[in-house]
Design a protein. Structure first.
Length: 433
């Protein structure tokens, strides 16, 4: 490894919407998804392959919605953890070992973060997890989960804080305003304790960190004006998606990129060149390279990031090197393709801004996100509704032999039969009199 990169942490981030497939939603062999990130030594100027220091894996629609709402996701997330850990260790170039830093799940949104044992794992402290829902009445069918931890210095200094957020935002092309509102609600409600040595005791937003990573099915679409020739010609649109030049032109109509440029969303975040790979949604189930004609192909699945040394004055420049950003076409059990990114972080800050503090992100002038004082109330209101709806839905699925509609029908038939049986004796007595 070159001296220039020796002290720069390598972070691997992967995101996948499994389309409610539960245990069937992920192939048992994760090599296609994880192994490419281990083949990057040429980019890093290293003679020997280098494994990531941190691996973060996010899922959306992890399991059928009724099970997620009912809180029955523990078995699925445990199986995911065991599988991911075994796979990243089996394919690590130098047989590196990893430890789970944290895992968190809310309904179908899950995040697992791992650290390399012979390095950063020894310095991980203050591990925290958080969740929030931004569905109807703050339910968790849409929302985010987060993991935050501090990596101290070798001499015991405070070091730097890492924050990872995995989100699933409102779907459908016309609902751009809802996605923007989802993001800002997540910022105000996905809250963490104050940073070490902080003068305030108030909770902090995701922006109170040294490094911030935001991944997930963000559901932003390519929205073409009606005057664009591709808007009415699906064959030409698909042909544009097939070529780099076509995708580079289409990216100018990507809702997320447009809103980031306007400064309405994802303030301070950067992103790699997502148009270098084909749109990750919507594919026909079981197909490697065939889109579903019901939706306009779009880059719904994204990975964004920012770091303490990035300047708000140069929003297109970042100290993070995006070594790899791509999708994995071979996964066919979902209508989404997984995406993965490999990020080389800037060297650790040697001089903190003030004694006994950690380096934190610099935000654009006028942008000062604040915690929602009712965040906890809203979160648990949403979770309570999740459980009520989920358990009722689960009951209908059980009595319907796996089909919700049949279950509701069986329930109504049963209710009618019980009501008739309950009233029959009274009718018989009445007729006898």
């Amino acid at each position: 490894m070159s001296d220039h990169n020796a002290d720069r942490l390598l972070v691997q981030i992967a995101s996948y919407n499994t389309a409610l497939q539960g245990l069937q939603g992920l192939p048992q062999n994760l090599v296609d998804w994880l192994h490419p990130t281990f083949q990057v030594s040429n980019f890093l100027g290293s003679r020997n392959p280098r494994a990531p220091d941190i691996v973060a894996v996010g899922f959306q629609e992890l399991l059928p919605l009724h099970l997620g709402l009912a809180g029955l996701s523990k078995g699925v997330i445990e199986s995911r953890n065991a599988l991911i850990l075994s796979q990243i260790e089996a394919h690590a170039p130098n047989k590196e070992r990893y430890s789970l830093v944290a895992k968190v799940v809310n309904v179908g949104v899950a995040l697992l973060v791992y650290a390399k044992d012979d390095g950063i794992s020894r310095y991980v402290q203050d591990v925290q997890t958080q969740w929030t829902g931004c569905g109807p009445a703050y339910m968790g069918n849409k929302g985010a989960v987060g993991v935050r931890f501090r990596v101290s210095t070798a001499d015991g200094g405070l070091g730097e804080v890492f924050t990872f957020v995995n989100a699933h935002l409102t779907a459908h092309e016309p609902k751009l305003a809802d996605r923007i509102a989802d993001f800002h609600y997540i910022v105000s409600s996905l809250l963490f304790p104050p940073l070490p040595q902080s003068q305030t005791k108030s909770p902090t937003t995701i922006y109170s960190t040294s490094h911030l990573f935001f991944l997930g099915d963000l559901n932003f679409r390519v929205s073409l004006p009606s005057t664009n020739p591709l808007a009415a010609n699906r064959a030409e649109y698909d042909a544009a998606v097939d070529s780099y030049a076509g995708r580079e032109a289409l990216k100018e109509f990507d809702q997320l990129l447009i809103e980031r440029r306007k400064g309405t969303i994802f303030q301070s975040f950067r992103e790699g060149e997502f148009w270098t790979f084909k749109c990750s949604y919507k594919f026909k189930m079981g197909e490697v390279d065939r889109y579903d004609t019901k939706r306009t192909p779009s880059w719904t699945d994204r990975i964004l990031y920012t770091t303490f040394s990035d300047s708000p004055d140069t929003p297109e420049i970042t100290a993070i090197t995006n070594v790899l950003y791509t999708s994995i076409p071979s996964y066919t059990t979902s209508d989404h393709k997984p995406v993965v990114s490999l990020l080389l972080l800037p060297p650790p800050s040697t001089i903190p801004p003030e004694p006994d503090t950690v380096s934190v992100l610099r935000l654009p002038p006028g942008y000062a996100p604040k915690p929602d004082p009712l965040a906890v109330v809203k979160r648990y209101l949403g979770r309570s509704l999740d459980r009520v709806v989920g358990i009722a839905w689960w009951i209908f699925v059980v009595i319907g032999a796996g089909h919700t509609a049949i279950g509701i029908g069986n329930f109504l038939l049963g209710l009618g039969a019980w009501t008739w049986w309950k009233s029959k004796p009274a009718n018989v007595v009445a007729s006898g009199v």
